[in-house]
Write a protein that binds this ligand. Structure first.
Ligand code: SF4
Length: 118
């Protein structure tokens, strides 16, 4: 099976063509650097995404604080993670990097604040 992708690992956006056999990427063409080949392999076998959202803040100068995942997480877990974040609140003050949800879904990924709330 052939799959066409656009590499998003840098702004150049190289068009990639991945050859998949028995669920494995056996060849990648079109990549300018090896990051493109790694991206194609991950995207075709186990896609991951960074998650960004907001979490509620109790008693702060704002009602919500922007949050993000500390690293990319499996794409199929994003909605489940969002449900947890939507049920979570953190007490003010909030500082950049504060962990809002530790080890979400047991994925070794923290959800952390990306802004301050007094
Ligand atoms: S293959 Fe390399 S140069 Fe091309 S978009 Fe991906 S990271 Fe950038």
């Amino acid at each position: 099976m052939i799959r066409e992708l656009t590499c998003v690992a840098c702004p150049l956006g190289c068009p990639l063509v991945a050859t998949i056999e028995n669920g494995e990427v056996v060849d990648v063409k079109g990549n300018t650097c090896k990051r493109g080949a790694e991206y194609a392999k991950t995207e075709c076998t186990h896609p991951v995404r960074s998650l960004t959202s907001t979490a509620r803040v109790n008693g702060g100068s704002a009602y919500v604080v922007p949050v993000k995942s500390s690293k990319a997480m499996p794409k199929e877990k994003l909605f489940e993670a969002m449900e947890i974040i939507n049920k979570t609140s953190i007490n003010a003050p909030v500082h950049i990097g504060d962990v809002v949800v530790p080890n979400i879904l047991g994925l070794d990924v923290d959800i952390v604040a990306t802004n301050e709330v007094k």
